[in-house]
Design a protein around this ligand. Structure first.
Ligand code: CU
Ligand code: CU
Length: 341
């Protein structure tokens, strides 16, 4: 498939992807985007072109089959639905294996990103343990650069993923007690750090409290971005790795039943990211720890921040969610909940 490269400016100028209609496996906006440079006049020109092209689709929110998003309806299930929480049991060992590789990720139709990933996706797999479990993570570096895994949480410093740099072909076993309870994360900590993170080496790390949280429909959303033209700025924004994926495939949940979302921000380059829900409010527990809950419809997170959202939807219907940085939303970070009885 043809590889397409856009600059952030060109994409925004084209009001992508409202104007993006897949043509022969390629985004239509690519044709107008390749015509202009970086100056404002050509942006204006592209914007009028894009507005003209957009006429066929109108200004309604993109939803369902019309949406240019990569893949089938269950492709991201392993990232969206975490492994089940296990009740506390003294002395248990939880084992995971993470393998770093270099791959080309298709983050939007026809748009590829030369990524470095754990277990084939960016974000990597959800790691989950109960507070007090012994966590054993075998890390295999099958990539072309030195990497590590740095976990957030409380652990001995020789398990911190900073000092042991695992060379290509090497391996390292991280082992420590999972604590404290909360939503944490993991990411590569080799230098240059910015590069190793934006390339895709990160994921969510859930530590369940010994006293379990109430049963819920649980979801994981890791916010990230992809710099597909290597200019030091993101061209696409996503949750769980594919732009507009949850606009094409809305997330189905049940009304009046507890929905719990583990939300983390691993977006590089941009100072903050955010989550905004339409037409309802949720409770937000920063870092998934402590007694402090906020009641809101919008939260923002710096890179590395994360938290737990809980909501029982009051109504059925289609509920939009997206970054409240409009630019991020228009570059892929938006989706829908389909709330049913
Ligand atoms: Cu790395
Ligand atoms: Cu970190």
């Amino acid at each position: 498939m043809a590889k397409t490269r856009f600059t952030r400016g060109k994409l925004l100028a084209a009001a992508a992807p409202l104007a993006a209609i897949p043509i022969a496996g390629k985004l239509a906006l690519g044709d107008s985007a390749t015509a202009g440079g970086h100056d404002h006049s050509s942006h204006a020109h592209q914007r009028s072109l894009a507005t003209h092209e957009r006429g066929a689709m109108g200004h309604a929110a993109m939803f369902g089959a019309e949406v240019p998003a990569v893949g089938g309806p269950n492709d991201l299930d392993a990232l969206l639905y975490p492994p089940a929480a296990l009740p506390y049991q003294p002395g248990r060992v939880r084992e995971y294996r993470l393998t770093a590789t270099d791959i080309e990720l298709e983050v939007a139709p026809g748009v590829f990103f030369p990524a470095w990933v754990y277990n084939g996706t960016a974000p990597g797999p959800v790691i989950r343990a109960t507070e007090g479990d012994r966590l054993r993570v075998t890390f295999v570096n099958a990539g072309s650069h030195p990497h590590t895994i740095h976990f957030h949480g409380i652990h001995p410093t020789n398990m911190d993923g900073v000092f042991e740099v695992v060379e290509p072909g090497g391996r390292f076993t991280y082992e420590f007690e999972a604590k404290p309870a909360g939503l944490h994360l993991y990411h590569c900590h080799a230098t240059p750090l910015k590069k190793h993170i934006h390339k895709g080496l990160y994921g969510a790390f859930i530590v369940d409290p010994k006293e379990p949280r109430p049963p819920a429909q649980e979801l994981v959303m890791v916010m990230n971005g992809f710099d597909t033209d290597a200019d030091g700025g993101n061209n696409f924004y996503t949750v769980n790795g594919r732009s507009f994926y949850y606009a094409r495939y809305p997330i189905r949940v049940k009304r009046s039943e507890l929905v719990r979302i583990y939300l983390a921000n691993l977006t590089e380059f941009d100072l903050i990211n955010s989550f905004h829900l339409h037409a309802d409010f949720f409770r937000y527990q920063p870092t998934g720890t402590g007694d402090h809950w906020e009641y809101t419809d919008t939260v923002m997170q710096c890179q590395g921040q994360r938290g737990v959202l809980e909501i029982e939807f009051s109504n059925t219907g289609t509920f939009m969610f997206h970054a409240h940085q409009s630019e991020f939303a228009e570059l892929g970070w938006m989706g829908f909940f389909e709330v049913v009885d």
